[in-house]
Design a protein around this ligand. Structure first.
Ligand code: FES
Length: 321
């Protein structure tokens, strides 16, 4: 298993309705590898389930990683395992941190838009911006105050938090109106970050495009269904450079299934194209990107691909595996 860390559950804490935070410490003491604000780790949970969660603590802390998990009624097993099976002192394997939601630390102004449990990476970003003395503000939306975690922690970091609780306002947020009211230091120098439910992130992306906010960054925690491109191939060859073998992906078979059937050790977590665990270097060929991790520019460069969901448009792909 590549790049894993041994940890134990140091603290479990009720943070808000349905939300637990998990403070993880290295089993052998000492420090964890460093991380950047916006990064996430995979937890290897009981039952063989692997799930990614954003780190919410100060990125200068090395003695611990802290994540928070909402108990999801539609859980595929991950949030239920966290809420029902984790116990204090339980050992847990983690992945090293990865970051596909990096903070531009020298932006003239930053606007952080949180939806519910999506506050977690933004809390780490807010701590970082505060420490750096940068100008920033926060829009925090949740169904109710009772269901909103880290309200006092966020309020302690900046007086510039616009709160939107659906039950108090009588409606869900008008994302475009909230963003239009926050031009920051100007559309070309202000960076906007959002993490939350898919419907909110879709509205955020549409609104930033409509308002001309070019520096818009999102982190999704639910998958977006991306159809195969019309020119994606059903059958193609995959050469694995490091293991020196060539496989054939057949119609109805995914690239990941083909790799796993051949015994290739691919690191995976979500298997839905949102966590980045399976990111693989592309040495030759034209992937059909169907993930929600890579930016349009990263996808267009074809240097890496998420093998769990993506396909291929050329009859031969060469991967660094
Ligand atoms: S396993 Fe999560 S993006 Fe592929």
């Amino acid at each position: 298993m590549a790049d894993t860390l041994n940890a134990f559950v140091h603290t479990l804490k009720f943070e808000a309705e349905g939300i637990l935070s998990i403070d993880l410490r290295p089993t052998a003491g000492g420090d964890f590898p460093p991380f950047e604000a916006g990064a996430h780790i995979d937890l290897h949970l009981p039952g063989g389930i692997v799930r990614s969660y954003s780190l919410l603590n100060d990125c200068q802390e090395r003695h611990r990683y802290v994540v928070a998990v909402l108990k999801d009624k539609a859980s595929r097993g991950g949030s239920r395992a966290v809420h029902e099976q984790l116990r204090i002192a339980m050992p847990l394997t983690l992945s090293a941190p990865r970051n596909h939601f990096a903070l531009v630390e020298d932006a003239a102004h930053t606007v952080l838009v949180a939806g519910g449990i999506g506050v977690t990476p933004l809390l780490s970003m807010a701590q970082r911006l505060k420490k750096l003395g940068r100008s920033f503000e926060v829009v925090y939306c949740a169904r109710s105050r009772r269901s909103a975690a880290f309200v006092s922690e966020m309020a302690a970091l900046t007086p510039h938090v616009h709160w939107h609780f659906d039950d108090e306002k009588g409606a869900s947020p008008d994302v475009q109106a909230l963003l239009a009211a926050r031009p920051g230091a100007g559309a070309d120098v202000t960076h906007y970050y959002a993490c939350g439910p898919a419907v909110m992130l879709d509205a955020f992306e549409r609104s930033c495009a409509a308002l001309g906010y070019t520096h818009a960054h999102i982190e999704r925690f639910s998958a977006v269904e991306v159809a195969a491109a019309s020119d994606a191939l059903q059958t193609y060859a995959v050469t694995l450079k490091r293991s020196d073998q060539t496989l054939t992906v057949l119609p109805g078979q995914s690239l990941l299934a083909t790799l796993q059937a051949a015994g290739i050790d691919c690191s995976t977590s979500c298997e839905e194209g949102i966590c980045g665990s399976c990111e693989t270097r592309v040495l030759e060929g034209l992937p059909d990107h169907r993930d929600s991790v890579l930016s349009p520019a990263e996808q267009a460069s074809h240097k890496v691909m998420m093998v769990c969901v993506s396909g291929c448009k050329s009859d031969h792909l060469v991967l660094d595996l």
